[in-house]
Design a protein around this ligand. Structure first.
Ligand SMILES: [Zn+2]
Length: 171
């Protein structure tokens, strides 16, 4: 691996996938923090040069803030960390397909790459509901990898809503 890097050989696809899964696991851990607060479990982790520069989890209920999505919080933390609203070289890992607001923020931040897990048929802005991220009219294009640890992210959400329904059923 290090020899490959020194010789500037392209990094094999399976190595890239392993790295994506690694960071996605940390995004899932963020989502679990949201669940612990009774929030819809969505998490995000921003990575630059192999280091986390920003994290976030959904805090809409806790903060009474419609904009407190995991991605927004992670993007803001990243901009503070690099002292630049342009997130050059940053990859954002999200457990769920971003909504139109977060997708818009990614374009505003000139985010180079997004990796996400499960699709969101209610709010997804990577084609599930609307296609914000691939709109050719924008002068910035985010490279997208989807479906990374999709199952884990979806199960987390399903469990959350299942428990919510059970709680509501009891009262
Ligand atoms: Zn969002």
């Amino acid at each position: 691996m290090i020899d490959d890097l020194l010789q500037k050989k392209p990094i094999p696809d399976d190595v890239i996938l392993a790295a994506d899964a690694h960071w996605m696991r940390l995004a899932l851990a963020q989502a679990q923090q949201a669940a612990a607060l009774g929030e819809v479990p969505v998490g995000a982790v921003a990575v630059l040069n192999g280091e986390i520069i920003g994290t976030g989890f959904n805090r809409k209920e806790t903060d009474l803030d419609p904009m407190a999505h995991a991605e927004m919080i992670a993007l803001r933390a990243s901009a503070t960390a690099v002292q630049n609203w342009r997130l050059i070289g940053v990859t954002l890992y999200c457990t769920l397909e971003p909504c139109p607001m977060c997708a818009g923020a990614m374009i505003q931040a000139r985010l180079p790459r997004l990796v996400y897990g499960a699709r969101d048929t209610r709010f997804g802005a990577d084609g599930s509901v609307v296609d914000v991220l691939r709109a050719p009219e924008f002068n910035h294009r985010v490279a997208i990898t989807s479906g990374v640890l999709e199952e884990e992210a979806a199960v987390l959400l399903q469990q959350f809503f299942q428990e919510l329904r059970e709680k509501r059923g009891k009262t």
